[in-house]
Ligand binder design. Structure first.
Ligand SMILES: N[C@@H](CCC(=O)N[C@@H](CS)C(=O)NCC(=O)O)C(=O)O
Length: 216
């Protein structure tokens, strides 16, 4: 199967990007990747609109099938490549991991979109207010993740890495970019530092040219 990911460094496409690296490590099955530079507006080019009319990353093209949405992409990879352990094998544990991932994708992430792109959710006069409220809401979600990390388990969903952990690293980076003090979430920061050193994750951070401590 030919696998081709369209991604932008540091965005939510980091989640399927690391998942593809897990597939590569487990199966020796490599993938192709194409960088779409969102800050240069490459998501709006006619060429990319053919790939995803919604103008977003990630997109995974698997043979001739185009898949969007982080949750769908990583679920598909898990089904196709079970030995990559993208999700736990146990169905209840997998459901818990999917639940956490869905919350991140449908609640935490869209809140941050209001920080990064407030103009899409307000008129010019209320842009700063929308951003300020979104930052405060985003902080409450970071605190939720901090509470999970302070329990002392190895990963967010227990003893196995899942896509939720990869998303959590992205959120910690985004916090720093938004000038939120990463050190306010000490257990979460320590956990993210530890995960950033895992070879699979480190490989993709290096490939994307991103680092964890964005706030410094
Ligand atoms: N729910 C979507 C979220 C995708 C999304 O928001 N992607 C952002 C990057 S993190 C994007 O492509 N933004 C481009 C833009 O908004 O112009 C998914 O899971 O794929």
């Amino acid at each position: 199967m030919n696998l081709h990911l369209y991604f932008c460094p540091g965005t939510c496409s980091f989640v399927p990007h690391v998942s593809l690296e897990l597939v590569k490590q487990a199966y020796g099955h490599d993938f192709k990747s194409t960088l779409i530079n969102l800050s240069k507006g490459e998501q709006f080019t006619p060429e990319y609109q053919q790939i995803n009319a919604k103008g977003q990353v990630p997109v995974l093209v698997a043979d001739n099938n185009s898949l969007t949405q982080v949750v769908a992409i990583v679920s598909y990879l898990h089904e196709q490549f079970p030995k990559a352990n993208i999700f736990p094998a146990d169905s209840l544990q997998k459901a818990h991991a999917l639940s956490m991932l869905a919350w991140m994708n449908n609640t935490v992430h869209p809140t941050f979109t209001r920080v990064f792109r407030p103009e899409r959710f307000s008129d010019e006069a209320s842009k700063d207010a929308v951003k300020a409220v979104a930052i405060e809401t985003f902080k409450t979600y970071l605190a939720d993740i901090e509470a999970i990390c302070s329990k002392g388990q190895a990963f967010i969903c227990g003893d196995q890495l899942t896509p939720a952990d990869i998303y959590a690293i992205a959120f910690m980076r985004w916090a720093g970019l938004a000038k939120i003090d990463q050190k306010s979430y000490p257990h979460y920061l320590q956990y993210a530092e530890r995960l950033s050193e895992m070879p699979t994750i480190k490989n993709i951070m290096t490939k994307e040219g991103i680092f964890l401590k964005t706030g410094q």
